[in-house]
Design a protein around this ligand. Structure first.
Ligand SMILES: Nc1ncnc2c1ncn2[C@@H]1O[C@H](COP(=O)(O)OP(=O)(O)O)[C@@H](O)[C@H]1O
Ligand SMILES: [Mg+2]
Length: 167
C-alpha cells in the first residue's frame, strides 16, 4: 500500500508517530527518509511517546543507534541514524544488523544508505517539503493495513489530509 499524507505542523508529524508507535510490536521496522530537517526525528519522538517511552529522543547522528529501554513491558526502541555510514557494508561490519533480531522496534533515519540490509517487511516513510507543510509518503505491506486504517481514522480527527497516491 502506498499513501500520501499532508502534515501541517511538527505536532501533527509527532502525533502521527505516536499513533503508529502505540500499535507497533517487537520486530517491527520503520524507515525514515527525506532531507535534513524533513521531520524524521520529530516523527520518531512521537513514535517513542506512543510506545510509552518517557525519555527524550535525540538524534543518534554520532552514535548511529540509540536504545530506549525504560519502562517494564514496553517494547524497546532502537533509533538509527545511518547518515554517517557509506553503505550497508559499514552497517554489517559494525554488527548493526543484529538489532533486527532483537526484541524491539527499529526506526531508521536515512535508511536508503543501507537499503539492501533492511528487512523486507517494513513501514517506509518518505518526507518532503519545506515550511510547515510536509508531504509524507507511507509505503507498507498488507499486514499493516488494519493498523494503518486505525491511524488514518485518528489522524483525520487531527486534521491530517490523506491524498490519493494514484496507486
Ligand atoms: N509539518 C512538520 N513536520 C515535521 N517537522 C516540521 C514540520 N513543520 C516544521 N517542522 C520543523 O522541521 C524540523 C524537523 O527536524 P527533524 O525532525 O530533526 O528533521 P530530520 O530528523 O528529518 O533531519 C523541526 O525544526 C520542526 O520544528
Ligand atoms: Mg534526524
Amino acid at each position: 500500500m502506498n499513501w500520501i499524507l499532508i502534515s501541517t505542523s511538527v505536532e501533527m508529524t509527532e502525533k502521527l508517530g505516536e499513533e503508529i508507535g502505540s500499535r507497533l510490536v517487537s520486530g517491527d521496522c520503520i524507515t525514515l527518509d527525506g532531507d535534513l530537517g524533513a521531520g524524521k526525528t520529530a516523527f520518531t519522538r512521537g513514535l517513542a511517546r506512543g510506545m510509552g517511552i518517557r525519555s527524550r529522543v535525540t538524534s543518534p547522528t554520532f552514535t548511529i543507534v540509540n536504545e530506549y529501554n525504560d519502562a517494564q513491558g514496553v517494547p524497546r526502541l532502537f533509533h538509527f541514524d545511518t547518515y554517517r555510514l557509506r553503505s550497508s557494508e559499514d552497517f554489517y561490519d559494525a554488527g548493526l544488523d543484529e538489532y533486527f533480531d532483537r526484541e524491539g522496534v527499529c526506526a531508521i533515519e536515512w535508511s536508503q544508505v543501507i537499503e539492501d540490509a533492511l528487512p523486507e517487511e517494513r513501514i517506509a516513510l518518505l518526507i518532503s517539503g519545506t515550511g510547515e507543510e510536509r508531504k509524507i509518503q507511507i509505503v507498507f505491506p498488507e499486514k499493516y493495513a488494519p493498523l494503518m486504517e486505525q491511524v488514518r481514522e485518528n489522524m483525520r480527527k487531527e486534521g491530517m489530509r490523506f491524498e490519493d497516491s494514484g496507486m
